[in-house]
Structures are given as C-alpha cells and as structure tokens.
Design a protein around this ligand. Sequence first.
Ligand code: KG4
Ligand code: ZN
Length: 340
Amino acid sequence: MPTENIYILGIESSCDDTAASVIHNGTILSNVIASQKIHEEYGGVVPELASRAHQQNIVPVVNQAIKKANIDKEQLHAIAFTRGPGLMGSLLVGTSFAKSLALGLDIPLIDVNHMQAHILAHFINEEGFKKPPFPFLAMTISGGHTQIVKVSNYFEMEIIGETIDDAVGEAYDKSGKILGLGYPAGPEIDKRAQLGNPKAFKFTKPKVNGLNFSFSGLKTAILYFIQRESKTNPNFINENINDICASIQYTIIGILIDKIKLASNQTGIKHIAIGGGVSANSGIRQALKTGETKFGWTTYLPKFEFTTDNAAMIAIVGYLKYLESNFSDQNVTASARLKI
Ligand code: KG4
Ligand code: ZN
C-alpha cells in the first residue's frame, strides 16, 4: 500500500448538498458542491426530492472534482464517502455510487461519519489555519446537530453534551420562518443581526442541566412574542427586523458560550474548535475570539467553505483513515443515525 503521494476522492450526500472533493495528502485539490435550490420553495429539505437531485448531480459533480484536481481517476488511491448520519435516501445515493466506483477502480473504500468529518475538517492543510492539538473540545453546530465533543485523538471522540430537542441551525431556520425569511434563514439572520441592537428584545435562556442544550422553547417564545407584538402593530416585524434578528442571535450565542465555558471548566481543556453550518456565524466567531482573552482559550474557526456541508471534510477523514489502513468492505450500508 503506497503511503506517499496519496490521492483520495471524498463524496458527501447526507442532506441536500451533492459534493465531491479530491485531496492530495492533506491538501485539497478540488472541492465541488451542487446545492439543491429546489428546497427553498418548501421552506425546508424534502427528503424525496433530495435523493432524486443527488442521483442527477452525483456523476457530473464527481467528474468535475476529478477534472478540477487535474488528475485521472486511475490515480486515486481510495474512495471515501459519507455513511451517516443523514437522510437515508440521500445517503444511499452516495454510498452506492462510492461502492461501485471503488469496485470499478479496484481501490479501497472508506466510510466516513459526517459529524466526525465536521470536526476533522480542521486537519485540512490550509495556509493561515492552525490545527488543534489533542485533546480539544469541538462544538458541532449545524442544521441537524448540536454537540460538544471531547476529541482525544482523530478517531477517539466522546460526546459530552448535546441537544435534547432542536439543533441550533433549526432554531435559526424556524425563527426565520416565523419572521417570513427564506430557507435556510441562518445566514440572513446573521447578516441582519449585525445591523441591529442585540438587547432590543429579551428572550429567556432555557434551563438545561449540565452540558446539554435545548432550543425548542426559544422557538416557541419567539413565535408568541411575534404574535403578541403583531396584534398591536401589524408592521412590527418589518419595522424591527434587524433588532429582532440581533436579539435572537444574542440569545443563541449566549446559550452556546455558556455551555462551552462549562465544558472547558469541567474538562480543563482550553483548546476549542467549532464545525458545522452554524460555525459560519459571525456572532459565535466573535464570541469565541473574545473568550481567548477572557477565559484563556485558544480557538479554531474553520475556513468558511468547510463550515457547511462539503466533501473536502470527507476527503480529509478518508486520508486519515487511509494512513491507518482503516477500510470498509463492500457490505457496508448507509446508516441514518450513525453515532460519533
Ligand atoms: O452543516 P450544514 O450545512 O448542514 C447540516 O448538516 O445540517 O448546516 C446548515 C445549517 C442551517 O440550519 C443554516 O441556517 C445554518 O447552518 N447556517 C447558519 C449560518 N450559515 C449557515 N446559521 C447561522 N449563521 C450563519 N451564518
Ligand atoms: Zn453537516
């Protein structure tokens, strides 16, 4: 098995992005994503439509990734793919495609856990980005997950806190729906939050013991608040949209920072990384940076293109597993609820 000059193809299809990436050793050569616009008009991902779109996109996306990397597919050493967690129909497309391609090229197949990949994206070689030393704490914040993970080594991870209901990205998206914003609403709320007053409206933080999170109460509180205010002023949302967004963002960031602070105090670990779609958020990035001077943390913020779902993060895990000869066999199946 060669260990130098390794080319790995990563394939991601867990939700509504069809993505492929080629990595050479630890450096990304291509990172192609076809995002599915179709879900916007439904205000959320429609699983049936997502799997169909993956089926349409996967061949062109993989071809483009190989072409952009300027290699021939025969140069690939292994195929890495997202096994789970995610939507079963979506995962099946990537899994079946990866298995066939590995079989056709007669090279190893490597299954990847999507949530591990959001964390291990920090190990992609990128100028200006430092890699976290072990052990570190990773907060994975996305549309499907909210977890605090103690990372002792590449594949030695322990979830020490997670949401008991909605994920933080869901809190953003559901709040956006109440406000009449498009899907996904996270980026728009973030943009507007930067123009508003974070203390204009007060939403109470949920009381959840330990390192777990809860976001469903916040969504309900926002709904009742908007209904109440709109009764006396039908134009309330329009007139206050930036302040409302800033206040929602302030509350969410407060919840996240409180828990990561507690996790850091409990474990004594001061290296803190974030990953997942919500790690693109300007508020959480700023709050973590402030924590560097306030709490003595060293923080690790991913490059924007590696925050939301992408295949570069799948390719880096593929590379790390390749170095350990950690391969899957052709019997491997997609797993919608795969755990870290
Ligand atoms: O990781 P991701 O692409 O997909 C999942 O695995 O869920 O995350 C998507 C989530 C969506 O809920 C989206 O609203 C949120 O990430 N998001 C943001 C921002 N950019 C994306 N939330 C807050 N602020 C942002 N800037
Ligand atoms: Zn994700």
